[in-house]
Design a protein around this ligand. Structure first.
Ligand code: ADP
Ligand code: MG
Length: 395
């Protein structure tokens, strides 16, 4: 028997329970993919308003470190995974004593700590923006700091969607920014002129099989992903390079699971790795409607040691994020969105819209990425105009 076939013989068949740490939208879409393949899903999430918990077969409402909940998940589930990087690595470690866990605690520990992540990427030869590790005010006085200004100071742990980041132009601003981040360990990065931002979702199985999804071009607004355009409008060599580097990164991290690699494309056309996420990613949501296999189905396949699915793009697509800012006193006019017949609506079941909160997304399919983008922007204008007609009352 070949090594791959041997590994597959321990495949986890549909009907089994799968465990998930985290209850957000990524977990909800994972749960739906797993259930549609015939698995049962147990979600551990302390929240009551839990997008994944409400669709799961079982919602354990407890802290991520709760020993009883982790023991129950490890006992009942054949395999477990996570939907967010800030899950305590010790919880993954504990689960791994009772069931298969993907990704492993050691990979998540690197991705959840910006300092470890940057050092790993740099030491393994993946280009990154020039940076310095800042652990104390003394580090701010180091000789190389001036060369990193203007820069961005990013807190090492628990930052997301542009939170925990401050743009700084001078040493004075840098010191104030460090203090505003409670003098927590940080990374200072040089602020770069970006040509584009792109990302690749890579999946690697226990038998070393690896696949990448088509490259997504990402546009952000206020530090939050706004639209993803697929295929990314970059030269073929850049797209191929982004995919092959993502594979190399997954291999060097000894990663098993779904990993997203975010890149900066800088002026001279070179690619720098911005950050990695040890889970499916917002920029990969298009794969639900536009690819043979979605990133969430791939997450199921990896953890169950099944063959990975084909990631081919069925047609160009644009994903538009729907943030809470778009909600007004009335529900947004979804009927007008769906007048565009190739627009696919995904809402995450969150009851309270808040500015910056990810409430859902729309994926627009078209024969050309630019046409899909045009439709997506039209949808956005419709929603923004409806919002303006009926603003939320201040609470
Ligand atoms: P988050 O964890 O919030 O996604 P990122 O490090 O990816 O944090 O930063 C969010 C966004 O801010 C990036 O997608 C990019 O648009 C911008 N950004 C971050 N770092 C830099 C930089 N060094 N130069 C230019 N833009 C940056
Ligand atoms: Mg990011």
């Amino acid at each position: 028997m070949t090594a791959a076939a041997n590994n597959r013989s321990r495949a986890i068949a549909p009907g089994a329970w799968l465990g998930l740490l985290g209850g957000g939208q990524l977990g909800r879409m994972f749960t739906m993919a797993a259930q549609s393949m015939g698995y049962k899903v147990m979600v551990l999430d302390p929240g009551t308003d839990s997008p994944a918990g409400t669709v799961a077969d079982r919602h354990l409402q407890a802290e991520y470190t709760d020993a009883d909940a982790l023991a129950e998940m490890a006992k009942r589930c054949a395999a477990a995974t996570t939907e967010f990087e800030n899950v305590p690595a010790e919880s993954l470690q504990r689960l791994s004593e009772g069931c298969i866990v993907s990704p492993a605690a050691h990979s998540v520990a690197i991705a959840q700590d910006r300092i470890r992540e940057k050092l790993f990427l740099d030491e393994h030869g993946f280009g990154v923006a020039p940076f310095a590790v800042i652990r104390s005010e003394a580090d701010l006085a180091a000789a190389g700091i001036d060369g990193l200004l203007p820069g961005v100071l990013k807190v090492s742990r628990f930052g997301y969607d542009g939170k925990g980041q401050v743009r700084v132009g001078s040493r004075g601003e840098l010191k104030a920014a460090f203090q505003s981040l409670q003098s927590e360990p940080c990374v200072l990065e040089k602020f770069l002129a970006l040509d584009k931002e792109v990302s690749v979702v890579v999946c690697r199985g226990f038998d070393d099989e690896v696949t990448t999804f088509p490259v997504s071009e990402n546009q952000h607004a206020d530090g939050i992903l706004d639209v993803s355009i697929v295929p990314a409008r970059v030269p073929d060599e850049i797209a191929a390079n982004a995919r092959s580097r993502a594979i190399k990164l997954a291999q060097e991290l000894d990663y098993r699971g779904v990993l997203c690699v975010e890149y900066f494309v800088v002026d001279d056309g070179s690619l720098l790795v911005n950050e990695i996420a040890p889970r499916p990613h917002n920029s990969g949501h298009y794969s639900i409607d536009a690819c043979v296999t979605s990133q969430f189905e791939q997450q199921v396949r990896v953890m169950c040691s099944l063959p990975l699915g084909d990631t081919s793009l069925l047609c160009p697509a644009v994903m538009l994020n729907l943030l809470g800012d778009l909600w007004a006193q009335q529900t947004p006019p979804w009927d007008r969105v769906l007048q565009h017949r190739t627009a696919k609506l995904h809402l995450y079941g969150k009851s309270t819209p808040r500015p910056g909160r990810k409430m859902g997304h729309v994926t627009v399919l078209s024969e050309q990425a630019d046409a899909a983008l045009g439709t997506a922007l039209e949808i956005k204008s419709t929603l923004v105009a409806a919002r303006a007609e009926s603003p939320l009352q201040p609470v």
